[in-house]
Ligand binder design. Structure first.
Ligand code: BEZ
Ligand code: FE
Length: 298
């Protein structure tokens, strides 16, 4: 029979994938079709709403280039990115426990966000990536170990953040280049240290379709202050995460749902004077310490 009605159409789309040779793709696409059709039935979507959705997604795509990723922003603000991260971390933790686990809990992951820029400069331990940038200086230090507590030498910490006013280099205009981002390698004892600024809370880019969506939902666009880190070493699982500033606003209403209690770090205030690495500071500064725990790769 050629004609399908609103009741048979879902099954007809599913049946049309009978010859699909890729079982995982078939599973994902079947679930997508079922849930999308169920959603349309539930809200009784009008034709006008559907064409407006298509215009919204078109505008979202047109807003994307190598410095602006409106689709990541859409995924982040709808909680999709964080749900994917959290489910994958639960799965990895289960596999880790089944293979005997470790003495220490692995560092939790959170969203990568749209401001990661591959290939940032490698800098010596102790370097300052926040020099001449707006913001109060902060000294970051700690150790990277595996989940048995064994130090991981030569582990890469790829770090990036906005400045003290919450602006990322990618938002600073054509000529800014890379700022407030670098890669550091741990020493023989797995220790790392570097200087940057104490990051401020900031709004996710809200001058595009996602910003319009947030306002219409009655939501604010702000993220609590944080610094991003991608921590990786051969033989270990990479963790993409943040350190959140403990006294920042918006910790309880992050626009992208990325906060993890284990990643909230107190930033200690210090008066001008000699910093823990011997640097002479003419102004007050902050320090933050955090130890990362990587899971050995199976
Ligand atoms: C960020 O933290 O850089 C970020 C994450 C999600 C959306 C926008 C920005
Ligand atoms: Fe960020």
């Amino acid at each position: 029979m050629a004609q399908l009605d609103a009741n048979d159409i879902t099954q007809a789309v599913l049946d049309r994938m009978a010859d699909c040779q890729d079982p995982r793709f078939k599973q994902v696409m079947s679930a997508l079709v079922k849930h999308a059709h169920a959603f349309i039935r539930e809200v009784e979507l009008s034709e006008e709403e559907w064409i407006n959705t298509i215009f919204f997604l078109t505008e979202t795509g047109k807003m994307c280039d190598d410095k602006r990723q409106e689709f990541i922003l859409l995924s982040d603000t709808l909680g999709i990115s964080m749900l994917v991260v959290a489910l994958n971390q639960i799965k990895a933790a289960r596999a880790f426990q089944q293979s005997g686990g470790g003495a220490q809990t692995p560092t939790e992951a959170t969203v990568q966000g749209p401001f990661y820029w591959e290939g940032s400069p490698e800098m010596a331990l102790g370097a300052d990536i926040g020099e001449n940038m707006p913001g109060e200086p902060a000294y970051y230090h700690g150790q990277v170990t595996d989940t048995e507590g064994q130090p991981i030498a030569n582990c890469c910490l790829d770090v990036w953040s906005g400045d003290g006013e919450g602006i990322y280099d990618m938002q600073m205009g054509e000529d800014a280049g890379m700022r407030l981002r670098a890669r550091f390698r741990t020493d023989a004892q797995g220790n790392y240290r570097f200087w940057s600024i104490k990051p401020s809370f900031y709004p996710v880019p809200d001058d595009g379709p996602v910003g319009r969506m947030l306002r219409r939902m009655g939501r604010h666009p702000n993220r609590p202050g944080h610094i991003h880190m991608k921590v990786y070493a051969p033989g270990h699982q990479t963790v993409t995460t943040h350190l959140f500033v403990a006294d920042s606003p918006y910790l309880d209403s992050d626009a992208v749902f990325g906060v993890r209690n284990s990643l909230i770090v107190p930033f200690q205030q210090h008066p001008a004077g000699t910093a823990p690495d011997g640097r002479r500071m003419d102004t007050p500064y902050h320090s933050a310490t955090y130890d990362f725990r990587l899971v050995p790769a199976r």
